[in-house]
Ligand binder design. Sequence first.
Ligand SMILES: NC(=O)c1ccc[n+]([C@@H]2O[C@H](COP(=O)([O-])OP(=O)(O)OC[C@H]3O[C@@H](n4cnc5c(N)ncnc54)[C@H](OP(=O)(O)O)[C@@H]3O)[C@@H](O)[C@H]2O)c1
Ligand SMILES: *[C@@H]1O[C@H](CO)[C@@H](O)[C@H](O)[C@H]1NC(C)=O
Ligand SMILES: *[C@@H]1O[C@H](CO)[C@@H](O)[C@H](O)[C@H]1NC(C)=O
Length: 317
Amino acid sequence: MTTLLLAVGVVFGVAYVFHHVFVRGKQCTSKAMLHGKTVIVTGSNTGIGKTTAIDVAKRGARVILACRSKQRGEAALKEVVRESGSNQVVFMQLDLGSLKSVRSFAETFLKSEPRLDILINNAGLFLQGRTEDGLGMMFGVNHIGHFLLTNLLLDRLKECEPSRVVNVSSLAHHFGKIDFDCLNTQKALGVGTTYMEVLQTYSDSKLCNVLFTHELAKRLQGTKVTCYTLHPGCIKTELTRNTPTMQMLLKPLTAFFFKNAVQGAQCTLHCALQEGLEPLSGRYFSNCTVKELSAKAKDDAAAKKLWEFSERLCGLA
Ligand SMILES: NC(=O)c1ccc[n+]([C@@H]2O[C@H](COP(=O)([O-])OP(=O)(O)OC[C@H]3O[C@@H](n4cnc5c(N)ncnc54)[C@H](OP(=O)(O)O)[C@@H]3O)[C@@H](O)[C@H]2O)c1
Ligand SMILES: *[C@@H]1O[C@H](CO)[C@@H](O)[C@H](O)[C@H]1NC(C)=O
Ligand SMILES: *[C@@H]1O[C@H](CO)[C@@H](O)[C@H](O)[C@H]1NC(C)=O
């Protein structure tokens, strides 16, 4: 009996230490307070977006929860207010899969809010299909929606400098590629629907996030608006909700190997808040540490081409 108890104890002990050392990752150590500052977090009704919103609200920021569902957004609003003890939290409807919705969000925001200090492009999905504008779903939501949003809010960010844009990408970008032929003909990064094809398209969309941060940093040189992109870690969230098989397969692993949503928000918070990060504008972070990117993720020509393609698609050019 004692041996059994001891064995169980050892297993839990090892699991705890393992989780602490290898899974949890570094914490954001910034003590920055945000009174008088305004932060937008996209996709903040669940997952790491919600925990990010709670953290910045606790620091005194005025927080805009930019979510597509009114019902889920308003439920999150109540929770963020309760958890943070702040009443400076607002819900504003934003569907990144609709260029019209992005424009109307920006218009409402710019009319009603005088400041924008930090824009956190967090929303993302793992789902093949088409947006209401006929774009590939992941290209449209993970990339184009945020592209247009960032561009429409750029002047306000400049007025409030020093300000920051943070793009939540993923380690998956390593496997990404940009197929410009497919973009030109299909307005999508990939159209296949097998599991591997969806995974490929997701990775492609996350490569877009990294390339855009690279190009935007260049375009923002000489201003005090800086931008960062990051891999948040592997986190237990709703991201796999559209792929039940994947969710089922991952289940036994997530408890042990994946971060929770608070741990998963740390790298985003680091990029949004850490003092002195400005010289690293345009760079990629993981585990609250700047990391080198592979050549394809800082390919100047591809970044520029994608930027111009995206501008035309959004009617910005
Ligand atoms: N979880 C991980 O292991 C992991 C790893 C690497 C990177 N990431 C990245 O982290 C970010 C956050 O993901 P998460 O894990 O927290 O996932 P999540 O729990 O699924 O949350 C994603 C959020 O994005 C929102 N969203 C989806 N489509 C949208 C649209 N068209 N317009 C506006 N909002 C939309 C969702 O809103 P609804 O609730 O209305 O759908 C939800 O609030 C994503 O960019 C993801 O790619 C996650
Ligand atoms: C994060 O960095 C810390 C300190 O540099 C390191 O001890 C830890 O193993 C890293 N964690 C992950 C998940 O990479
Ligand atoms: C974030 O990613 C989006 C989509 O890829 C892009 O349009 C936007 O310019 C990026 N912003 C920053 C600061 O990287």
